[in-house]
Design a protein around this ligand. Structure first.
Ligand code: ADP
Ligand code: MG
Length: 614
């Protein structure tokens, strides 16, 4: 038998296009061809497929699946499953990677030409009386079918690797690609042989003698745990799998086994890692599979943004893998999957909280970050998580949102009925403020994670009549100021002006404004506060990355001089200008010091001046 022909009637030659433009992704040829081998093997429900490579600058993907007759080759290989060059070219202009095109146009097999000058098929069909067939194509639109030489059922795809793709002749490269895409395929995949040591008797001293034996090198796990029922699995199975996926990682906190078959099909395991404060590094740890074939670890759109911190696998044949981003976002299955995952995660956390609050609280420092992230970015998640999100105060006590409101309403409601939550984002630096607030019976929350500035805004927007202020935003008393009895300071207008003058000179910083305030005599003589709103804008600009308008603003501070403090009258009464200046500087430096803002030469100056004063 010999037959020649052309691959498709209405097509220009697409191979140069495939080769040239899809080059960056060319390793997926192996995924496509091995997947085809697996498909062929599964159809016949027997035995393994083998990915193999040899030294004649060829790679052979061999299977003992159902094979093809010459007729079938013509049908399935020659009639390339796309509707024509025009549409292809049209779509291709927008396509960003090979995945999009290969899948969309059913070009799985043709991805072989990304790396080959010549592709050969040697196949023998399972059908009774079938003759072996051979198909050869050099990447032009013409092909040749002749009698084949295969003697057992199955198919060999022989790739004559082209010059530009010789990297694929390297064993390590192939193993690496197989490991990436084929690690969990449902049929054993063999790549070459492996040497094992086998016990071969004992010597006269009773020591074991070993011999080397060559065994088939199977590169995959055919039944990964996500394909099994949760009831079959123990904690150790989940942990082992986690270690297999992320060898260098710390143990996960807990996990969720996803298993749904209606209205879409999805299985998977999501692990909650210990989240450090560096979320960027942790992203893109979820691997997306389709029927156990690895597709990508870019799960954006399929997994809600805030759950991108999770690790693990998702396997769904219902996710359209090979279409463009914008299409993916609009896809109804993807939307359903996205909200299903959100709901599962929210429910799991709710269960943990309900079933063992103590254990949950212990995990809070790890899971809090991503629960907050979820609450900030996803309304549905907020609605569930508001019942188990925790606020932690400086005494390390945890409260749910509801419990906390109940706790502080009596003591921290201002005259307008707004409950004021106080927080510190740096307990060490703001210790003076925290202590002062505590002394007055106010509670102070610790909000020091990188997300808290956003979380605080979210809470303010969600919680009724609640304002959240950093403990140094203004003196706590003034913030809460229930009875509106502002203590008038007993300075005359002239004294106020003089005092402002003295401090303006002593502070001499352009980004600090002096204000004489009427605070209780037992408050500090000088406090440095920041404008809550401006600081928050700046913080947000910082965590959202870009240099925004606020991000570039210098830090601005208010220096509040307590008009009722003893020291202030002492300054006013001082006899010489020099003494006034010294006392003012000292008081100001003390304020800087208590907030950790006194450094370098200024700190040295302060120490010297203090010594003089003593
Ligand atoms: P798809 O796998 O999406 O159908 P491909 O281009 O990858 O598209 O393959 C086209 C067809 O060629 C397959 O559907 C199958 O019928 C046939 N085929 C490819 N590889 C093999 C193989 N190793 N054994 C049997 N049939 C195969
Ligand atoms: Mg295929």
């Amino acid at each position: 038998m010999q037959e020649k022909g052309t691959i498709s009637i209405n097509t220009e030659n697409i191979f140069p296009i495939i080769k040239k433009f899809l080059y960056s992704d060319n390793e997926i040829f192996l995924r496509e061809l091995v997947s085809n081998a697996v498909d062929a093997t599964q159809k016949i429900k027997r035995l393994s497929s083998i990915g193999k490579y040899n030294e004649a600058k060829t790679i052979t993907i061999s299977d003992n699946g159902l094979g093809m007759t010459a007729e079938e080759i013509k049908k399935y290989i020659n009639q390339v499953a796309f509707s024509g060059a025009t549409e292809f070219m049209e779509k291709f202009k927008e396509a960003k990677d090979a995945n999009e095109i290969i899948g969309k146009f059913g070009l799985g097999f043709y991805s072989a030409f990304m790396v080959s000058d010549l592709v050969e098929i040697q196949t023998l069909s399972y059908q009774d009386g079938a003759a072996p067939a051979r198909w050869v194509c050099d990447g032009s639109t013409s092909f040749e079918i002749t009698d084949g030489s295969r003697t057992t059922r199955g198919t060999d795809i022989i790739l004559h690797i082209n010059k530009d793709a010789e990297e694929f002749l390297d064993d390590n490269r192939i193993e690496h690609i197989l490991d990436k895409y084929c690690k969990f395929l449902p049929v054993p995949i063999q790549f070459g042989m492996r040497t094992e040591h086998e016990v071969d008797g004992e010597d006269e001293n009773g020591k074991k003698i070993f011999k080397d034996v060559e065994v088939e090198n199977i590169i995959n796990t055919t039944a990964p745990i996500w394909t099994k029922a949760p009831s079959e699995l123990k904690d150790d199975d989940y942990l082992d799998f986690y270690r297999q996926l992320y060898p260098m990682s710390e143990e996960p906190l807990f996990w969720i086994h996803l298993n749904v078959d209606y209205p879409f099909n999805l299985t998977g395991i999501l692990y909650f890692p210990k989240v450090k404060n560096d979320m960027e590094i942790q992203r893109n740890k979820i691997k997306l599979f389709s029927r156990q074939v690895f597709i990508t670890d870019e799960v954006k759109d399929i997994v809600p943004e805030f759950l991108m911190l999770l690790h693990g696998v998702i396997d769904s044949p219902d996710i359209p893998l090979n279409v463009s981003r914008s299409f993916l976002q609009a896809d109804s299955n993807v939307k359903k999957i996205n909200s299903y995952i959100t709901k599962k995660v929210a429910d799991k956390l709710g269960d943990l909280f309900k079933n063992d609050r103590k254990a949950y609280e212990e995990k809070w420092s790890d899971i809090g970050l991503f629960i907050k992230y979820g609450m900030i970015s996803d309304e549905k998640f907020y609605d569930k998580a508001k019942d188990y999100a925790l606020l932690t105060n400086t005494k390390k006590e945890n409260y749910t949102l509801e419990e906390y409101k109940e706790k502080v309403t009596a003591t921290q409601t201002d005259k307008d009925g707004t409950v004021i939550y106080l927080y510190t984002d740096d307990p060490a630096r703001q210790d003076a403020f925290v202590q002062s607030a505590n002394k007055k019976g106010y509670d102070v929350l610790v909000m020091d994670s990188i997300l808290d500035v956003h979380f605080i805004s979210k809470l303010e927007q969600k919680l009724d009549k609640t304002a959240i202020r950093r403990v140094d935003a203004d003196v706590a008393d003034k913030l809460i100021n229930k009875d509106d009895t502002t203590i008038p300071h007993n300075l005359t207008p002239e004294e106020t002006t003089t005092l402002t003058g003295i401090f303006t000179k002593a502070v001499h910083k352009p980004n600090m404004t002096i204000e004489i305030e009427s605070l209780s005599p037992d408050e500090f003589p000088v406090t440095i506060t920041t404008d809550e709103w401006m600081r928050r804008m700046k913080d947000m600009a910082k965590t959202s990355g870009g240099m925004s308008f606020y991000g570039t603003m210098p830090d601005n501070y208010k220096v509040a001089i307590n008009g009722n403090h003893k020291l202030v009258s002492k300054i006013l009464k001082a006899t010489t200008e020099e003494e006034k200046d010294q006392l003012a500087r000292q008081a100001f430096d003390l304020a800087l010091l208590s907030q950790g803002m006194l450094t370098g030469a200024e700190l040295t100056d302060f120490v010297n001046r203090s010594v003089e004063l003593i």
